[in-house]
Design a protein around this ligand. Structure first.
Ligand code: MN
Length: 292
């Protein structure tokens, strides 16, 4: 534990207004919308946070209709409420609270995401994160596939005295491994701390590292982080200590930067503008498959 403390670059407040993705996801966009460029936070490309919101009961199933993705991975983390999905490769599933879906869009896929029918009928609090993780150039055209990471499959670290838990989605936390197979080194943790709960860990100095306060309040290396704050660490130092001032839920991300050019156009993330143009053409020609 002699390693230097990881410095905080800045603490960013929740963006003022949410935006709608389709009619089912009411999201605050932190990456890149809150001034965090895709290069600065590489390999992470996008982070949308549907902060807790009750859409109310509905017979109409809310969501986002058929859309493409190419060149990266989408990671959906369900905190409250359930999401169903279908894709052009014939896959489908339900992501329930505590579950994670890690989708490698790779060479291209069509999919749709919407509130699971039963949840939609009953209504209730909905809380979700969607994170996009870039693929290295050599893996961008890998065939699309999913990893359905049920909550029981996540790596689990329990704190003494019931003070909380760390669910390891990807990478390792203090030696405990998460199940996600990734194309570049990435750590993603779903951290739940009771008031007064503390954890400490170390992450490589050069990894781009950040955390989002999903719920609660905590001290992050001694700095106060309010609910919905996004803490962006500097690429300096290794050690991170968290102490919850209230019962808290924290999403921590850390990844080795992918040092390659990024050409990004909506749901396509490639390395050059020419590849983006090709991707749009492929999509228009129906090469991503068929989904109704
Ligand atoms: Mn999508």
């Amino acid at each position: 534990m002699g390693s230097p403390i990881k410095k905080i670059d800045r603490i960013i407040e929740r963006p003022a207004r949410p935006g709608m993705v389709g009619d089912g996801f009411r999201v605050y966009n932190y990456i890149p919308g809150a001034g965090i460029s895709q290069q600065r936070i590489s390999p992470f490309l996008m982070l949308d946070f549907n902060a807790e919101f009750d859409f109310g009961p509905s017979e109409h199933v809310r969501g986002v209709d058929v859309h493409p993705h190419k060149g990266f991975e989408t990671v959906t983390i369900a905190y409250q409420g359930s999401v169903a999905h279908h894709d052009s490769a014939g896959n489908s599933g339900i992501i329930r609270p505590g579950d994670v879906q890690w989708m490698t869009a790779g060479g291209g896929i069509l999919h749709k995401e919407y509130h699971e029918q039963e949840f939609s009928r009953k209504g209730g609090p909905f809380e979700m994160v969607q994170l996009w993780v870039n693929l290295p150039k050599k893996d961008k055209l890998t065939p699309a596939h999913y990893q359905a990471l049920g909550k029981e499959a996540l790596g689990k670290v329990l704190l003494p005295d019931g003070k909380g838990e760390v669910n390891v989605i990807a990478g390792t936390f203090n030696g405990v491994r998460g199940p996600a197979q990734t194309y570049s080194p990435v750590h993603v943790y779903d951290i739940k701390l009771k008031k007064g709960g503390r954890i400490e860990t170390s992450l490589p100095a050069n990894y781009h590292t950040a955390l989002l306060m999903i719920k609660g309040k905590a001290e992050v290396n001694g700095e106060p982080a309010a609910e919905h704050a996004f803490v962006l660490f500097a690429d300096e130092g290794e050690r991170i200590g968290l102490r919850a001032d209230e019962d808290s839920v924290i999403l921590l991300l850390s990844g080795e930067p992918i040092d390659e050019p990024i050409a990004s156009y909506g749901p396509f993330v490639m390395n050059t503008q020419a590849e983006i143009m090709d991707s749009i053409r492929e999509f228009q020609q129906g090469k991503f498959g068929q989904l109704d």
